[in-house]
Design a protein around this ligand. Sequence first.
Ligand SMILES: Nc1ncnc2c1ncn2[C@@H]1O[C@H](COP(=O)(O)OP(=O)(O)OP(=O)(O)O)[C@@H](O)[C@H]1O
Ligand SMILES: C[C@@](O)(CCO)CC(=O)[O-]
Ligand SMILES: [Mg+2]
Length: 401
Amino acid sequence: MEVCAARAPGKIILAGEHAVVHGSAAVAAAIDLYTRCSLCLMPLADDEAATTLELDLKDPSLTFSWPCGRLREVLLTDEAAGVREARPCSPDRLASIARLLEEHEIPEAKIWLSAGLSAFLFLYTSILGCRPGKVTVSSDLPMGSGLGSSAAFCVSMSGVLLTAAGVVTAVGGISGEGMGWELVGKDDLELVNRWAFQGEKIIHGKPSGIDNAVSTFGSMIKFKKGELTNLKSSNPVKMLITDTRVGRNTKALVAGVSERASRHSDAMASVFNAVNSISEEVSSIVELAANDEIAITSKEEKLAELMEMNQGLLQCMGVSHSSIETVLRTTLKFNLVSKLTGAGGGGCVLTLIPTMLSNLVLEKVIAELESHSFRCFKVEVGGQGLQVCQGGCSYFNGDVV
Ligand SMILES: Nc1ncnc2c1ncn2[C@@H]1O[C@H](COP(=O)(O)OP(=O)(O)OP(=O)(O)O)[C@@H](O)[C@H]1O
Ligand SMILES: C[C@@](O)(CCO)CC(=O)[O-]
Ligand SMILES: [Mg+2]
């Protein structure tokens, strides 16, 4: 029984969501909340009826299983057809995957999982064929809330599958972490990113690629038309994340913005253009070195103003929500600026935490936000991207320990 695992981080978008789908620049950073996938490859048995592909989702505690013979029959495939180039999921293959999912009773309240399950079946069978195995997924990220849960799912899944296929290899441990997680070389990361993007297309419809890129490569990045620039943030950027717990779906929100853009093409082109300028300015500001209190405060004031402007333009795109407006009003009472992050329509909101803000005030802000039944997270911004744990990693109940 071969065992390997991968973990990939969620993300925040500091500026540029939605506009990035239409060619504007955006700025995003990895956060220290992860999705972890582990894989046990089972030996091939003579009795095919006995072999299955199993997916165990720890959150929300559901298990799915497909007989390998049934996968072969419906997908008309056995061997994976070369994994060094990521292939898109054809409409025929997506229809076959939908048939396989229909054979499962997905609870009505969890029907939103179908997109993730489709991406899983596509990635698994494309990379490993119809081999028997058990994949376990657990995540720190709220799903469908703007923190890139779909991208972290596709990146960690692609990472573990490509590691098992022997085409991605670990290059060394992470200092200070004795958990067996290792980094991955640049070319391997590029390959994982291309596969994860194909998975994101199944979940998002028309992703820009920013979420899978920041989850794969980590750090803080500027992203424009598929081009990625690493940003060296010279001072820590502190953000509070508030999850409004209002569920929404990125695919529908992205489609809604595109429809508005086709109804008002000139006006929306100006909106996207303004967002592009905001993202360019945000990316230069985060790289500015500020060495004293005055310089740090001035840098933070500029960032806050740009976030406020970006939020106004997201309202123009039609992706704000009354719950987001409540967060904005609440934090403004403490002179703090917030903007939605990710696709909006509910989900998560970012609040810039100035370096000089006292912990006492921050705790008051959190208490007031939580009195609205929102959930707050303090996160580290700009950390590592994909990490893997190859062979030899101890495996316990789906967690790498
Ligand atoms: N751990 C997971 N297990 C199974 N499916 C998942 C998991 N994480 C994400 N998904 C799939 O991704 C979908 C959520 O993706 P969606 O793009 O709508 O939100 P998000 O990625 O959290 O937010 P954003 O795209 O705005 O950053 C879920 O409905 C599910 O289908
Ligand atoms: C809304 C969006 O811009 C970001 C979602 O995190 C979609 C995308 O870029 O794929
Ligand atoms: Mg997503």
